[in-house]
Ligand binder design. Sequence first.
Ligand SMILES: Cc1ncc(COP(=O)(O)O)c(C=O)c1O
Length: 473
Amino acid sequence: MTPDEFRKHAHELVEWMAGYMENVENFPVKSSVPPGDIFSKIPDQPPEHPESFDSLMKDFNKIIMPGITHWQHPDFFAYFPANVSPPSILAEMLISTLGAQCMIWETSPAAAELEEKMMIWLRDMIGLPKGFEGVIQDSASTATLAAILTAREQITGFSVNYEGAEKAGTLRVYCSDQTHSSVEKAVKISGIGKKNLVRISVKDDFSMDAEKLVAAINEDKKRGFIPCCVVATIGTTGTTAIDPLKAIGKICHENGIWLHVDAAMAGTALILPEFQWMLDGREFIDSFVFNPHKWMFTNFDCTAYFVKDASALIKTFEILPEYLKTRTRGKVNDYRDWGIPLGRRFRALKLWSVIRSYGVAGLREKVRNHISYAARLSEMISKEPDFEILAPVVISVVCFRYIPSGSDNSRINELNEKLNHTLNDSGKLYLSHTVLNGRYTLRMVTSQTNVTLEHVEKAWELIKATARSLILT
Ligand SMILES: Cc1ncc(COP(=O)(O)O)c(C=O)c1O
């Protein structure tokens, strides 16, 4: 493709992109293609000869678009969002065009230094203590793995990296029974072992019971196990419960245990002064992760990972093959030593673009609005006697179910599962679910970049009407 041909197609694509943004509401939110449908439409063999970009776009529209679930649709209320925004998309265009691979400072000093500065901006925006240093990772799962590996090395005097796990003893990791599955994955990969992940039960509000945590740690010590790491969550996946950081932090401090905080979604709410309480106990944190790619309008992937002591992280991950030796080593941040992959994208640019375009005040306003929509939704649900709220509404997630009178729990579960599928299959909105205390629970997240109160109110009318018609059929 010549530069002129590229220019022509790129202009056409920008038209396509702007049109998509304007019309995203006209697509069904959730793709309804059956399994195997897209696969069967793609030839078994790659083309032997060059094809035009026009023919690719034709197939993109015909084959690919029907198989897309529209995460940027304002009626996308499922999971946690993967929000984008125009300034983030524009920065992605620059990032793709530069194609810089930012593994070390020398391979793009601007990428390394912008990343260092963006992490300081984010750290201060969310209110982490000044000494913390940050690095951008791909996903929260990777950051949590990095935290658990660092905790493992710290507690074993950095011996497992060198000698293997044979003499390390039985390390234990603690989290609540509401913690994201990335923690289980991390203990498996780290060699600590799934059976050494201790799940602490939660209180009525689904936050970790700190007294049960102390009891579990004391019991483990008696048995000769080595408590290594506690993962506290600020905003659990199911209900956005907030684990009591101060109480957990004190326990970690007294027992010499690494405290990792997973604030994947709710971390963004920390930019609001009225949500700073979630970080009460921050002085005890060793590592902290949140995802600008969820709620800070920055394209996937972009994960902010902060550590109190960067040297422990670097000591865990550093490598120095001949080809990576530079004259600047030790004077600059070579981010390849701050995580698992060697190769790194220039992700800081999209954060820079997003934060400058919205301004911190603009980000606060959007996040506050999302939180107010959840509060309004919860108010509307509470007024209906045949619906109930199943967990405290902390930020922008509302957990609820339909409870027609005269049905037992198993019938209610069946009905709510049917309600979830019926709504999602309609293409008009997309919800996800969880199970809380044996109750099938609908989860509605009011944090999509483009959502407004009108979307939430319209969705609620549809949910009510669909639920009430289910019982008639
Ligand atoms: C609390 C929590 N932690 C971690 C993750 C994993 O995020 P990622 O997809 O960035 O690995 C999620 C995903 O939703 C989450 O809800």
